[in-house]
Design a protein around this ligand. Structure first.
Ligand SMILES: [Zn+2]
Length: 290
């Protein structure tokens, strides 16, 4: 409530909302001329062949469509401008951006041709390419966003994995597609997980907890689901689940990098559906091969 009030006050005064420096051992926070974004330190080791940025700031919204309300022309224009600003930071052309049509599916689109992918009508929550001219974009407001990057075969995948996507193991499906399409070796693949809701805030009712229990029987239940002592609520660690299933797929432990940032705990800096509710805004992750 306090956060929403602060945002409202800043909005009234036309002020930019101050974002906390979210840097940590895996993440670096950058603020260049008011364009604020995060980068993975690990991926910066490969900056000659991969560029990426996770846009943050609560006054910056990357939403261009909404299924619950009509966006104003100004909102759409501003969102497109925000994409352009973010892409400019990493030397990417926002006109070559393919944004996932996210509907919590497990579909991963192979992006080979810009025009074809731009005209894709069916929803997809992941995209893969080996074409340097193409920029891949995903958005979130609590869901997990991942970059899967194979520096050997030079393949990039962006994946949106909310709790439904995690139940459908979309991250594993992306790895499999990298293997099938580009002969990637899972041992070479680096997975970076952007800010998302974490176990501290991701609480569910019994029905969802049971879905996770049923789907992930190969994982130790007590590690990823915890019932709250005083309530019929369960907290689920979807980051841990994704880490475990990717390890089982052959990724190396040191190649699975977690931002460690909870979107709810940091809702002053990041959009969070659980905090903002119906009118929630979106953060965006853009990445491209060079
Ligand atoms: Zn949290």
């Amino acid at each position: 409530m306090k956060v929403i009030f602060q945002q409202y006050l800043c909005h009234l005064k036309g002020m930019r909302i101050k974002v906390k420096d979210l840097s940590n051992e895996n993440i670096i926070y950058i603020n260049k001329n008011g364009i604020q974004y995060l980068q993975f330190r690990k991926l910066l080791e490969y900056k000659d062949i991969l560029s990426h940025a996770y846009g943050c700031g609560n006054d910056v919204n990357y939403r261009t469509v909404s299924h619950t309300r009509e966006l104003s022309e100004e909102e759409k224009r501003q969102a497109i401008q925000n994409y352009e600003n973010l892409c400019n930071q990493i030397g990417a052309d926002s006109k070559k951006l393919i944004r996932s049509k996210q509907r919590h599916t497990d579909r991963i689109l192979l992006v080979d041709n810009l025009n074809e992918a731009s005209n894709e009508n069916e929803p997809f929550d992941g995209s893969i390419t080996n074409k340097p001219e193409i920029v891949l974009g995903t958005t979130n407001a609590d869901c997990i966003l991942m970059i899967l990057f194979d520096p050997v075969k030079k393949v990039l995948a962006n994946v949106h994995s909310g709790w439904r996507g995690t139940l459908q193991r979309i991250s594993v499906k992306a790895v499999n597609k990298m293997k099938e399409e580009f002969n990637s070796n899972p041992q070479d693949i680096i997975c970076c997980m952007a800010p998302s809701i974490r176990k501290c805030h991701f609480e569910v009712e019994k029905d969802v907890a049971e879905l996770f229990e049923k789907e992930f029987q190969e994982l130790p239940y007590d590690e990823f689901i915890k019932k709250q002592e005083d309530k019929e609520k369960w907290n689920i660690d979807t980051i841990l689940i994704n880490r475990r299933i990717l390890l089982n797929q052959g990724l190396k432990l040191e190649n699975i990098i977690d931002s460690g940032i909870c979107s709810c705990c940091n809702c002053h800096s990041l959009h969070s559906f659980r905090v903002e509710r119906e009118k929630y805004g979106l953060n965006a992750l853009v990445a491209k091969l060079n």
